[in-house]
Design a protein around this ligand. Structure first.
Ligand code: HEM
Length: 532
């Protein structure tokens, strides 16, 4: 009898719990499991996480609580609501910072600008703003970019085009990643690692591996895993030096060798010369590492106790941050741009018409004699309104940094009505924002550069809390202007000189599970030369 009673009681408990979970899940945008919260659903949908979040956010009007396992503190408020974003990044920004977890997850960045708050952030921002946003540096950056295009990118694509009859496909994402790594190392360190080699290997055109290039990718993969795997687990892996944490340590030390090596060499070069106006500094004085080192006392930024800009550690963290910031974001943006253009022939046609007009003006003014091919100059890039709009539209739909995150210093209430407790973590899906009718209208899912062009033919500006690709508020990207210049320069030269085609039965293009919005299997396209 007592067994029967016990069984009945157990059945009732199970039914009660089951009903409780059914009710709980009825209104939940993501299925919740007992104890594990939404984690199993997230892991199950990891390969399509951006679209998965987009659907969930649309169902909830733009904000919901992402429940982690109940035995660890892993809940997030997920939002794509521009009113919440404006509140957190602009109106009540003092109440939100990056939080301690972010610093631990991104430890390879060290004390670089991405990872610091307060006075150190202010001083670094002032320093980097003065370095990145001056016309001399911009000119130098464009010069390096053009030289590198001429010496490596174009020859690699020319060779691929000449082998086209074998139906050979080129992984453009891989080519751009290598190219941008070299380009950023030159700009930041004054050193070219030749990740994209100028000469062909004997290996049927396959590009060789590079320890530094690969190391960068490992750091990114691990940073993403650390967002998902509970901290106690990855900390244990780190202590035992196993799994992904073992790979992480090796990648970190490979990159440190490159960075500290460059810093040491540059300091030695400068020390052997008596004046900063010597050959070494003249040749390289515009690379950012040298610029920081030769900054005169009167240009000095701030208190040495907060940042000592000539210490090896500061220089390592800053140069790493800048190479990472530029390489990945421009690579991702350019790769999606080429893919979007290839998928929209009418956009390609309009870009080519615009380029032809600029080229015709150049030829008729005889600035360059008979030069038809090649690159578009700085002043010509400013005239490329449709290409600019295409870059904006690509960066809207495929933001290179698809997520942002913040942590609450004190409790607060969001404009959406959600309550925020002290130390709550908030995740922003920038990818989803592009897909919200409330922000971009009914055609939000369409690739339409025209939405960026006014009736007068000028570029329209949208508030940054709606077009969040470069962030909004005090911490907006310091490389925005440079990025547009670089993306437009690369895209104009590539589209003018080559035709990029997708093949019918080619691999599907989908976002990778990564901190940056790369393509999972690269972008494999057929390349041929254009005749003008
Ligand atoms: C398409 C290209 C780019 C995109 C979409 C982009 C996007 C972003 C985003 C979203 C942030 C905020 C990150 C955070 O605080 O969590 C950021 C910050 C930053 N970006 Fe960019 N970025 C791009 C290119 C560049 C380039 C080329 C540079 C310079 C080499 C650069 C330098 C920086 C710096 C220094 C910050 C830190 C600002 C601060 O914390 O005050 N970015 N960028």
């Amino acid at each position: 009898m007592s067994t029967q009673l016990l069984l009945t009681f157990l059945c009732l408990v199970v039914i009660f719990l089951w009903r409780h979970w059914l009710l709980k899940n009825k209104h939940s945008p993501v299925y919740q499991w007992p104890l594990l919260g939404m984690l199993p659903s997230l892991l199950f949908n990891l390969s399509t996480i951006h679209d998965f979040f987009t659907q969930a956010l649309r169902r909830t009007g733009g904000t919901f609580l992402l429940k982690g396992p109940s035995f660890i503190n892993a809940d997030y408020i997920l939002t794509s609501d521009p009113a919440n974003i404006n509140h957190i990044f602009n109106k009540n920004a003092a109440n939100y910072d990056k939080g301690p977890d972010f610093k631990a997850i991104m430890e390879a960045v060290g004390d670089g600008i991405f990872n610091v708050e307060g006075e150190s952030w202010k001083l670094q921002r002032k320093l980097l703003h003065s370095l990145l946003n001056n016309s001399e540096f911009e000119g130098h950056a464009m010069q390096i970019l053009t030289q590198k295009m001429r010496s490596t990118l174009m020859p690699v694509l020319d060779r691929a085009a000449s082998r086209n009859n074998n139906d050979e496909l080129v992984d453009l994402q891989d080519v751009f990643k290598r190219f941008m790594f070299d380009n950023m190392c030159l700009l930041v360190l004054g050193f070219d690692p030749h990740y994209l080699p100028a000469v062909e290997s004997d290996d049927g055109g396959r590009l060789p591996d590079s320890a530094c290039g690969k190391a960068f990718e490992v750091l990114e993969e691990v940073a993403l895993c650390r967002h998902i795997v509970p901290m106690c687990v990855w900390r244990l892996q780190q202590r035992l030096q196993i799994g992904m944490e073992w790979k992480f340590s090796r990648a970190w030390s490979t990159l440190d060798q490159l960075l500290y090596g460059s810093i040491k060499r540059r300091k030695q070069e400068l020390a052997t010369k008596h004046s900063v106006d010597n050959d070494v500094t003249k040749r390289d004085k515009l690379d950012l590492l040298t610029q920081i080192l030769v900054m005169k006392d009167e240009d000095d930024i701030g208190d040495k106790n907060i940042i000592d800009k000539t210490s090896d550690k500061f220089l390592r963290d800053t140069t790493f941050t800048l190479v990472a910031a530029g390489r990945d974001s421009i690579t991702a943006g350019l790769t999606w741009l080429i893919w979007c253009v290839a998928n929209h022939p009418y956009v390609e046609k309009r870009i080519l018409e615009e380029l032809r007009q600029v080229m015709t003006t150049r030829l008729s003014s005889k600035i360059d004699g008979e030069e038809r091919g090649g690159f578009f100059r700085n002043e010509e890039l400013n005239k490329l309104v449709y290409l600019h709009a295409t870059a904006c539209e690509t960066l809207r739909l495929y933001p290179p940094v698809p997520f942002e995150h913040k942590c609450a210093v004190e409790s607060d209430v969001l404009p959406s009505g959600h309550t925020i407790r002290k130390e709550d973590k908030i995740l922003f899906s920038i990818y989803t924002m592009a897909r919200m009718e409330e922000i971009w209208g009914e055609d939000c899912m369409e690739f339409k550069p025209e939405r960026w062009i006014s009736d007068k033919g000028t570029i329209l500006h949208f508030p940054s809390y709606k077009f969040m690709t470069f962030l909004t508020g005090a911490r907006t990207c310091l490389g925005k202007n440079m990025s547009f210049k670089q993306v437009k320069s690369l895209a104009s030269a590539l589209l003018w000189n080559y035709k990029f085609e997708l093949i019918d039965d080619g691999p599907p293009v989908r976002p990778a599970v990564s901190m940056m919005l790369f393509m999972k299997d690269g972008l494999k396209m057929r390349v041929s030369k254009r005749d003008h």
